[in-house]
Write a protein of this length. Sequence first.
Length: 103
Amino acid sequence: MSKFFGFDCIDRNCLLSLFHIHRMAIQRGIYRRSFKVAFIVGTILNLINQPQAMFRFLFLDFPAVERLNIIKMLLTYVVPFLVASYVALTALDLRQNPRPTDS
């Protein structure tokens, strides 16, 4: 990931660079949009992967939580959030630092 955002962890402090990326994501509203995407995509994927348990959970049938795989459910929301955030930050970096084209 470091090659996309223009920092090299050998020469600089990686933690400061990651804080800069995090601050940029907050200022640009990337996390908010990524959360919306993750909520929609994660809900659809959970309904596909665990339909009976999810429908019972959504209708407040709490004993259904026993059938619901919580780790799978959480990962189904986290992965789209991370992918959407990464793609948005990469696109922002490419827009700010265009790569030379081969002519």
